[in-house]
Ligand binder design. Structure first.
Ligand code: SF4
Length: 317
């Protein structure tokens, strides 16, 4: 007996389920960079042979930041010894450390007229100190060449390196020490396999213990499949390490080879995360879809200074 309705029903049920690729929502779209200031920042970085995380990580904010001449310099080359599932920086055996790099970073800061600079690096597990001494040289070169520029560093975890490596950086006296936890501990094996959550937390805690005047900062990406309560726990862990500043942004898949976006977190959900983080006692919180560790870093540094001054005023009376 013909049963066209039933056949259609069965065909529909047995058809492969097309899993819709999450479309980038409107709040993620950004304009392509076109300004003259953007191009001159780009030329300067090329001329000085400097890599930037803005380009290597395919950051969506590059048009806005470079137009304001705010670039995050990536030292120790453009090749990383790890292969995190979220990161677009190329992996492999890096080249030898460039001895001219510290001077070039200082020249970039001077020519761009930077009040605040963010310096980060690739992971250099191949170097005995993980590249810590190059951070020290960059900080010293900046202090000498542009003494009024405030310095923010965003470092790797220096896993399996001696504590002296991180201590040398802290002794060099950056204004802000940033190290990102990136995601919740449950997702480390897939997202950040070369790192250990508690080792990263200990690094942040150690920096604050050694130099309480240095602002500490850490960030997480959301949209990787984490649960809300897991994010709240990360906030608590950061507070127990006395982290001053939390940044939270949406994870974006840089290429099809990288971890997929599990969810586009709405701006309202970011606001809710921000409110909870503030209630947990961070000095400053930046939580929005396009927040990145170095986004608006100069303005945020001044906000942290003001927040700390206000806190001291309150505790003095
Ligand atoms: S947010 Fe940071 S990484 Fe992105 S373009 Fe701006 S400075 Fe560069």
């Amino acid at each position: 007996m013909a049963r066209p309705g039933m056949d259609r029903y069965l065909a529909r049920m047995n058809a492969p389920v097309a899993v819709p690729k999450p479309r980038k929502p409107d709040w993620i779209r950004v304009k392509a960079p076109t300004s003259e200031a953007y191009h001159s920042t780009r030329r300067l970085m090329r001329d000085l042979n400097l890599a930037t995380v803005c380009e290597e990580a395919a950051c969506p904010n590059i048009g806005e930041c470079w137009t304001k001449k705010h670039a995050t310099v990536m030292i120790l080359g453009d090749t990383c010894t790890r292969a995190c599932a979220f990161c677009n920086v190329k992996t492999g055996m890096p080249r030898a450390v460039d001895p001219l790099e510290p001077e070039h970073v200082a020249t970039a800061a001077a020519e761009l007229g930077l009040e605040h600079i963010v310096v980060t690096s690739v992971d250099r597990d191949d170097l005995p100190d993980g590249g810590a001494s190059q951070f020290v040289k960059v900080i010293k070169a900046l202090r000498k060449r542009t003494p009024s520029t405030t310095i923010e560093i965003l470092t790797p975890d220096f896993r399996n390196k001696s504590e002296a490596a991180v201590e040398a950086i802290v002794d060099a006296g950056p204004d802000v020490y940033n190290h990102n936890l990136e995601t919740v501990p449950r997702l480390y094996p897939t997202i950040r396999p070369g790192a250990r959550y508690y080792a990263s937390l200990r690094l942040l805690e150690g920096v604050k213990r050694k130099a309480p005047q240095i602002f500490t900062k850490s960030g997480v990406m959301v949209g990787l499949g984490e649960q809300r309560l897991e994010v709240h726990q990360v906030m608590d862990d950061m507070r127990s390490a006395r982290v001053d500043f939390l940044t939270m942004g949406q994870y974006l898949q840089p290429t099809p080879r990288h971890a997929k976006v599990a969810e586009f977190v709405t701006p309202q959900a970011f606001d809710a995360y921000g409110a909870i983080a503030r209630a947990k006692g961070f000095l400053l919180v930046a939580a929005s879809p396009l927040t990145r560790s170095s986004y608006h870093a100069g303005d945020d540094f001044r906000k942290m200074q003001e927040a700390r001054a206000a806190q001291l005023d309150r505790s003095n009376g």
